[in-house]
Design a binder for this molecule. Structure first.
Ligand code: SF4
Length: 341
């Protein structure tokens, strides 16, 4: 993990109580996030990946305190923000902004773009109206929008332009961390590349840190420095981008990566597709032993009884939660040697 942490999340948990029917017995809480720890360094990007229901979006909302954690701690820029009041949180929230998945749903259709982008500055700072207006124009330009269109409404823009408006709205308060919640998944592929390029440029220009929540592993590969793979509320693999993509070690990561199309035509057909069986289990009723054993192609008896720990598989910080990590690391090393010959 990085030396200079902007964000440190430790043993974060979120349980949702289920409503009980009048005649039913007690029900278990949904453990949506179940002991998640990671750091994000300054000017770096961590990708949080996994299927729908893995807890990645809930984790993003816990960090910004849009949801209250059930346990664990969140330290941002050296300050523990886990239990701060709404008033105490206000200056911190400016430094930590979210960009949402659906650019249309996240923008108020009755507001002009100028008002939408200006809103966070208006309510969280004492910046005067002239300064606000000039910041809006400047920020629209930074994200590649024409400042002359500031008096238009969101429906007058394309999907990619609307996501640029969402990014401008996050950027205008000059944050240190952006939580990007599936920022391109609602966009056409050609537009996705433009937004990804924009995010890369903004990171370089403003030294931003990103938490990128995504299920698209190609996008994560392009912009992330480190990757955490989540399954059923837990991180099951964590490493640098190269560690996770070149030597995926958890069987779940291997299955996810095996489904990513290979762009290099010479490498097509060199990798077997691992098809995941069934759906992600009910987080209120988790399997015994390893959470992944009901879908794992390598599951053995020990997996059904003993939960594996998230441990360093290579002594270099590549963390994996699997009883057979050592065997898979050896396989990966043999594969690498084979390719080098
Ligand atoms: Fe699969 Fe067992 Fe490893 Fe879990 S511990 S990922 S079930 S091999």
């Amino acid at each position: 993990m990085s030396n200079q942490a902007l964000l440190t999340v430790t043993d974060l948990e979120k349980h949702f109580e289920q409503s009980k029917g009048a005649f039913s017995g007690p029900s278990s809480p949904i453990r949506a996030v179940d002991g998640v720890s990671f750091e994000i360094g300054k000017s770096t990007t961590l990708g949080l990946v996994g299927e729908s229901g893995s807890g990645k979006t809930t984790t993003g909302r816990l960090i910004t305190r849009l949801l209250e954690p059930s346990a664990g701690s969140i330290v941002f820029d050296g300050a523990d923000i886990t239990e701060l009041s709404r008033t105490e949180l206000r200056p911190i929230r400016r430094k930590m902004q979210i960009v949402f998945q659906d650019p249309f749903a996240s923008l108020d259709p009755r507001m002009k773009v100028r008002q939408i982008v200006e809103e966070p500055v208006r309510y969280s700072t004492d910046v005067g109206s002239n300064e606000r207006r000039s910041r809006v124009m400047e920020t629209l330009e930074v994200v590649g929008l024409n400042p002359d269109h500031a008096e238009r409404y969101p429906h007058e823009f394309s999907g990619g332009q609307r996501q640029r408006i969402g990014i401008a709205r996050a950027l205008i308060v000059r944050p240190d961390l952006l939580i990007l919640d599936e920022p391109v998944s609602a966009l056409d592929v050609s537009i996705q590349a433009q937004i990804v390029n924009l995010l890369e440029d903004l990171q370089e220009e403003f030294g931003l840190s990103y938490l990128l929540i995504a299920h698209d592993l190609s996008v994560v590969r392009q912009i992330c420095d480190e990757v955490a793979v989540m399954y059923l509320g837990k991180i099951v693999e964590f490493g640098t981008r190269d560690e996770v993509y070149e030597s995926p070690t958890h069987p779940y990561t291997r299955a996810l990566l095996s489904a990513v199309p290979i762009s290099n035509p010479r490498l097509r057909g060199t990798r077997d597709r691992i098809v995941l069986k069934g759906d992600i289990p009910d987080p209120a009723n988790k399997p015994s032993g390893c959470d992944f054993h009901t879908r794992c192609y390598m599951a053995a008896d020990v997996c059904r009884s003993d939960p594996p720990e998230l441990e360093d598989s290579t002594s270099e910080g590549h963390l994996v939660s699997c009883h057979f990590a050592e065997t898979i690391v050896k396989e990966n090393n043999q594969d690498t040697k084979g390719k080098d010959k």
